[in-house]
Design a protein around this ligand. Structure first.
Ligand code: URA
Length: 277
């Protein structure tokens, strides 16, 4: 893994004042709005949320598809091929049974995720947008380019990590997914995490962070603090450390030194833990 100082330079954190003031050359119009991201960044480090581990703050009782009990009713996949096969099977089951996506109109395909089925690092966004729906790949467009830049600065490539979303199909209306919609589709995300079993999960933005941590705080409160993803009860999968951070679309809309430094410091925490494991 490259040195963190070199990576700082790659993220532009040691750039000249002129380039720091530069705004990205295009707005993120046309990409997912991520309205929930538009929160002010507190001046000081926020106090840690009451508990990053418990606190099942999001309560809803939507119709939920049945989750494969990996490690109980189904043996955990271990080899890369087994994991790839398992991800394909999850995709097929999602397409046939997801209570949310099977009732959607307007999307053309499922965007299950992209990258290594044995990745050590999994990034999770909100939901596919137009470009993702058109290509079948997550994080296309400007926020995808920013994510790629960040992954590269971390010394990795898109093929080495795994990138996915909480929702697997473009929502009919480009709004932040409700907790109910999330609960309907996100059991497939849980299955993906059980199959890949990364060393670290990085949810990007409020909806992903809230879902993965089962908390209701905004991303400005959650980011930069270690949390834990708890696998469904009974599954023989260990809890996985979680480092929440901003959504790249939020970074692009708030392209300040402060936001970039905060997001990069989150990634440095992830890299340090990754290299220690
Ligand atoms: N593209 C994605 O795949 N997910 C997001 O959250 C935003 C853009």
């Amino acid at each position: 893994m490259r040195s963190l100082i070199l990576a700082d330079q790659a993220m532009g954190l040691t750039m000249s004042p002129k380039s720091l003031l530069q705004t990205p050359d295009s707005s993120v119009a046309g990409e997912r709005a991520c309205a929930s991201e538009a929160q002010p960044i507190p001046n000081q480090s926020p106090a840690p949320p009451q508990s990053l581990i418990q606190s099942p703050a999001i309560q809803s009782s939507p119709q939920v598809a049945s989750v494969m009990q990996w490690g109980i009713t189904r043996a955990l996949p271990h080899s890369l091929q087994e994991r790839e096969d398992a991800l394909q099977e999850i995709c097929a089951r999602h397409d046939a049974t997801c209570p949310l996506c099977t009732t959607h109109v307007g999307h053309t395909r499922t965007v299950l995720g992209e990258g290594s089925a044995a990745a050590e690092l999994v990034f999770i966004g909100e939901a596919p947008g137009d470009k993702e729906d058109a290509t079948g790949k997550p994080f296309q467009g400007d926020s995808g380019a920013k994510l790629d830049e960040m992954i590269k600065a971390m010394g990795m490539s898109r093929q080495q990590v795994f990138i996915t979303n909480v929702l697997k199909c473009r929502p009919r209306i480009n709004h932040t997914p409700t907790a109910e919609q999330t609960e309907q589709c996100a059991c497939f995300l849980s299955e993906q995490l059980m199959v890949i079993r990364p060393k670290i999960i990085v949810p990007m933005g409020g909806p992903a962070a809230k879902h993965v941590l089962r908390l209701d705080e905004g991303i400005s409160m959650l980011r930069g603090q270690w949390g834990v993803w708890q696998p469904p009860t009974g599954c023989q999968v260990e809890p996985i450390p979680v480092m929440p951070t901003f959504h790249p679309a939020y970074l692009l809309r708030n392209y300040t030194l402060e936001t970039r430094t905060l997001m990069w410091s989150d990634m440095k925490l992830a890299m340090t833990k990754l290299s220690a494991k």
